[in-house]
Design a protein around this ligand. Structure first.
Ligand code: ADP
Length: 319
């Protein structure tokens, strides 16, 4: 019988609970024992863990956040910290670890594998910034949260004939801005991967105004720059009545969408299957609607291609 440890680490994402549920339930189904480790690598080092059973994960598939809590842990980035972590894992007879998180957490899982401790990564991050997988757990829910906000802002923007800048998450990856901007019908989408200039943004406002459009939504990914500063520049050039909304942490919460729940469930089950097959040092992902797994080092070395085609298409559709 195998004993599996599971933790969530780094930025939380809706759907992490569905992934935890899938790992715990399928592991128990296959006769394994599961320990839930609280607060990510920090809880691991501090020996904050408990055995989970079928009911530990009851009534959570629809909940945002993570019942295991999450944290960032500097100590785990040190060799000594990781050695303490491995000691704790061994003390509880844990054979392998499932880590749900983003690229930082995967780096941690890789380091554990290098120390000889088998780990598997599941992509839990709203940004969709992991190149090896088409989608990460939480991304779809966050897009839906953003388009809900765009719809609401559009109502008031239209009543007052205003320009609105909506800042969304995404420090290096513009996927949230791009796909939410497309789905929400934003007039302008600004992402870190593509250079932009304020003149173009202002010209677009001018063109759309001339054809009778009295309001406009600009989606700005946070990594590009400060939304207030951009707003001031636009006002200085166009004299527009402009408001800035920074969506912030509302984007991290909420009940996961069906897509995220299903994705998380499938990925969780694959993680357990891999561990039962004696495979480790791998991450689970999805490509072309299939669940895939790949070597963690290879996955982390991949660079993401921005979906320029969709970006150009969104531009055409917002003329
Ligand atoms: P995310 O997993 O969402 O990208 P972070 O980058 O904050 O979030 O990483 C989460 C945690 O993973 C960190 O607090 C740290 O404990 C661990 N971690 C990140 N990078 C490394 C690394 N290079 N080596 C070991 N552990 C790491």
């Amino acid at each position: 019988m195998k004993t599996i440890g599971i933790l969530t680490s780094g930025g939380d994402a809706p759907g992490m609970n569905a992934a935890i549920r899938a790992v715990v339930r399928s592991a128990i189904y296959y006769g394994c024992k599961v320990y839930g480790i609280n607060r990510g690598y920090k809880g691991l080092i501090e020996e904050d863990l408990e055995e989970m059973n079928l009911s530990s994960v009851g009534d959570i598939i629809h909940r945002g956040g993570t019942i295991l809590k999450s944290s960032r842990c500097e100590e785990f980035k040190t060799e000594e910290g990781r050695k303490v972590a491995v000691k704790v894992l061994k003390k509880y007879g844990i054979d392998c670890l499932v880590v749900i998180g983003g690229d930082g957490s995967f780096n941690g899982a890789l380091k554990l594998t290098e120390l000889g401790f088998p780990a598997i990564g599941l992509p839990g991050t709203i940004d969709n910034d992991l190149a090896y997988t088409d989608y990460t757990i939480g991304f779809d829910t966050t897009i839906n949260t953003i388009i809900d906000a765009i719809g609401k802002i559009r109502d008031t923007s239209s009543s007052h004939e205003r320009v609105n800048i909506i800042e969304v998450m995404g420090r290096h990856c513009g996927d949230l801005a791009l796909y939410a901007g497309l789905a929400g019908g934003a007039e302008t989408i600004i992402v870190p991967e593509i250079n932009y200039n304020v003149d173009d943004v202002c010209n677009k406002l001018d063109t759309t105004k001339k054809r009778g459009k009295r309001h406009s939504i600009i989606i700005l990914a946070e990594g590009v720059g400060n939304a207030q500063d951009l707003g001031k520049e636009i006002v200085a050039r166009t004299n527009a009545d402009l408001r800035v909304t920074i969506l912030g942490h509302v984007q991290r919460g909420g009940s996961p969408t069906a897509f995220d729940r299903i994705l998380a469930s499938k990925m969780g089950v694959r993680a357990v299957e891999l561990l039962l097959d004696g495979k480790a040092g791998r991450v689970v992902g999805t490509r072309a609607n299939e669940i895939i797994d790949m070597d963690i080092t290879e996955a982390l070395s991949m660079t993401r291609d921005f979906d320029k085609e969709t970006y150009e298409m969104a531009k055409i559709l917002s003329i």
